[in-house]
Design a protein around this ligand. Structure first.
Ligand code: NDP
Length: 323
């Protein structure tokens, strides 16, 4: 028998979140975010969604009493927040709790891309240190590089602090200039790419950044260029990147995110100058548990204090009392 506080989990969600939600709400789970899996009785009762999957307008509209969508992760390009806002439904994400972890991962990926640590370890494990002698000196180094950050937000700033500590100059591109940083601002991405040899992309996904890192940007980055992408795969034109890596328009790329995860384009898999990670930016037990807690805490705060903790900007004005 369902009470008045029904929260629905469509698809997979972090088990720590599920356990806590069971203690707080009447929790219902379905296999995926498909409204044909929900009968009318349940649909009428759902007031909250806790999600780690794509939520489109049609799914939102399947729940007339829906008040809040608590999404796992800081990037929420998979949730139609614009439609939720129109319906008066608040969307929350999990900012801040993953910022330092993702910045750490980004530095690891950058170093690994230029200094080839994964390849060097494979060399050792294959017995080649004994058989063939020292691993070849790397053609690339971090020394002397100039770093541009596309998306100087929470994570971008944490990356920039680390890059500063490595002794490298930082500049950035956002739509808006950031007032309280010492880094040079470039009003366009192609200008940023032309000014640096190392471009770190940590901008959000979605229509506004779709394929923003295109052939022209890669050309501007140049033959010493290294592209690191930890933002969203959709932000990079992947075929253009594969071509630029193949013909050495740029030197190398390190990617944690892809346009069609978990599928990675064959063109990229074949390339020796691409370092590829399976979207592990925030993927430690510690940080994923903190993200799971923030999903649950947003729902608890909404239903007990009428206020979400971390609403996304599109739905920031929505409060429970005003409904
Ligand atoms: P923030 O919102 O704090 O920062 C985003 C930055 O991008 C802002 O500075 C914003 O500035 C800029 N930006 C947004 N849209 C555009 C645009 N169209 N053109 C140029 N700049 C733009 O987010 P976070 O730093 O917390 O997270 C950033 C992204 O990182 C997430 O959205 C997610 O996609 C990704 N991420 C990836 C992870 C991984 O595992 N690989 C883990 C966590 C996050 P302005 O508004 O002025 O343009």
């Amino acid at each position: 028998e369902l009470g008045s506080n029904v929260v629905l989990v469509p698809g997979k969600l972090h088990p720590h979140a599920v356990t806590r939600l069971k203690g707080e709400f009447d929790l219902v789970t379905i296999d995926r975010s498909d409204s044909s899996l929900v009968d009318a009785v349940l649909a009428a009762k759902v007031r909250g969604l806790a999600v780690s999957t794509r939520i489109d307008a049609a799914f939102i509209d399947a729940f007339p009493a829906l008040e809040i969508i608590a999404s796992f992760g800081v990037g929420y390009d998979a949730v139609d927040a614009g439609h939720a806002a129109k319906r008066g439904v608040v969307v929350t994400n999990t900012p801040d709790v993953l910022t330092e972890e993702v910045a750490d991962t980004t530095i690891g990926l950058l170093l690994n891309t230029v200094r080839e640590f994964a390849k060097a370890e494979n060399y050792l494990r294959a017995g080649r240190w004994v058989k063939d002698g020292n691993y070849p000196l790397t053609e690339m180094t971090l020394r002397g590089r100039t770093v541009g950050i596309f998306g100087l937000g929470r994570i971008g700033r944490a990356i920039a602090r680390r890059i500063e500590a490595f002794g490298l100059p930082v500049s950035y591109h956002n739509r808006n200039r950031v007032d309280d940083v010492p880094y040079a601002y470039h009003p366009s991405l192609v200008e940023l790419a032309a000014a640096v040899d190392t471009l770190i992309c940590v901008a959000p996904g979605g229509a506004a950044t779709e394929k923003a890192v295109n052939a022209q940007v890669l050309e501007a980055l140049g033959p010493d260029g290294v592209l690191i992408n930890v933002g969203r795969g959709t932000t990079v034109d992947e075929p253009a990147l594969a071509k630029a890596l193949k013909d050495r328009t740029i030197r190398a790329a390190g990617l944690d995110v892809f346009a069609d995860e978990p599928n990675v384009p064959e063109d990229l898999l074949e390339l020796d100058n691409a370092t590829l990670l399976p979207h592990v930016g925030s993927a430690s037990i510690h940080t994923r548990e903190a993200m799971a807690d923030l999903v649950v805490d947003n729902l608890i705060s909404w239903f007990s204090n009428d206020k979400a903790l971390t609403p996304v900007p599109e739905t920031a004005g929505i409060t429970r009392a005003r409904r």
